[in-house]
Design a protein around this ligand. Structure first.
Ligand code: UD2
Length: 311
């Protein structure tokens, strides 16, 4: 039986991953300080142990790593909001970078026999590079503390892998959406904000003309990608875009949603946000080559997201 560590396992993506790992029969340990996540997201199962702790507590993390001897480590704990990283750059650095390097360092120093360490980065590292679609080797343009730390940590993860012979891999998430996504801040993912507006029958604000596009990828497709990347032992020391490989405009999203809920959404239009990117989507050929195939188009994914709220 595999033993897995999921940092950030109470969050949106982390908790969906924990669900899957438990279904696979793994034993899962979650470390999360609940700064963004919710304890209620973590499945109650004898196979899951939850530690409400920050990954920046080095003593705690070291003891845990030495004691548990994990097979798989999924690094998802982070300040996940770009706006937060701008407000708290040093704290972001301690969480998003230093704490992760400390984990790698503990593995290196103690020669821990890990099967795979998977780090989660972001499409934010491409910044304003207008190239479409974004390839893993496209020019990067990290514009915020969030993007800088994500990129640098990706490099550390790959380099620790190559230099010290640790099986590591990194992913760059595009616009992930689905059940448990938290619509708490105005900078939360746009699909969680639309979903919340639909649920509360409140107005949704579109910034700009609504023709901006994003590569919206449903959480179950993301989980498929994470599982493939962690379980394929020959896949190491590489970074992968994780998206659906499609782009959809906000105006299209609104139409799809109105069909799902069978009524019109209340829309307010405001000027484009400063710094907004017009179009973004992922080249997912590297991921396809290892067997990834996205199964959820935007209408299927949004329908499942909507139904998860009304259950
Ligand atoms: C994502 C990240 C952002 C940064 C960026 C880098 C999230 C939530 N956002 O921004 O932090 O990493 O990638 O490329 O992960 N919009 C509205 N109304 C709203 C909210 C958003 O019209 O109430 C628009 C927004 O102006 C943008 C689009 O929807 O044009 C998507 O916004 P988003 O924040 O979900 O995602 P993105 O890709 O701009």
């Amino acid at each position: 039986m595999n033993k897995d560590l999921v940092t950030g396992g109470a969050g949106f993506i982390g908790s969906n991953l924990v669900d899957q790992l438990v279904q696979d029969g793994d034993e899962v340990i979650v470390v999360d300080d609940l700064s963004m996540g919710l304890a209620s997201n973590i499945p109650t199962s004898p196979k899951v142990t939850f530690y409400e702790h920050s990954i920046t507590d080095h003593g705690f993390m070291k003891d845990l790593l030495l004691e548990e001897q994990f097979d798989y480590i999924y690094l998802l704990a982070a300040i996940a909001s770009v706006a937060d990283s701008v407000a708290r750059p040093y704290e972001t650095h301690q969480i998003n970078q230093e704490a992760n390097i400390f984990i790698l360092e503990t593995i290196r120093e103690n020669k821990l026999p890990i099967k795979k360490v998977l780090f989660t980065s972001s499409a934010a590292i491409y910044g304003n590079n207008p190239e479409l679609p974004k390839h893993e080797d496209s020019t990067i343009d990290p514009l915020t503390p969030y993007a800088i730390d994500k990129f640098a940590t990706e490099r550390f993860v790959i380099d620790y892998g190559k230099l010290y012979n640790i099986p590591t891999v990194a992913v760059r998430f595009f616009n992930v959406y689905g059940p448990r996504q938290n619509p708490k801040s105005p900078y939360s993912g746009v699909l969680s904000l639309i979903t919340q507006a639909a649920k509360l029958q409140s107005a949704f604000t579109i910034f700009g003309d609504g023709e901006q596009t994003r590569d919206f990828v449903f959480i179950q497709d993301v989980i498929q990608a994470l599982e493939l990347l962690s379980k394929k032992s020959e896949v190491i020391h590489q970074v992968f875009n994780v998206g659906a490989g499609q782009h959809t405009s906000l105006n299209q999203v609104i139409k799809v949603y109105e069909q799902i809920i069978n009524r019109d959404l209340q829309i307010i239009r405001k000027p484009e946000r400063t710094g907004d990117i017009k179009n973004s989507y992922a080249d997912i050929n590297s991921l396809r080559k290892i067997g990834y195939q996205p199964h959820y188009d935007i209408s299927t994914g949004l329908k499942l997201y909507w139904e998860s709220l009304t259950d």
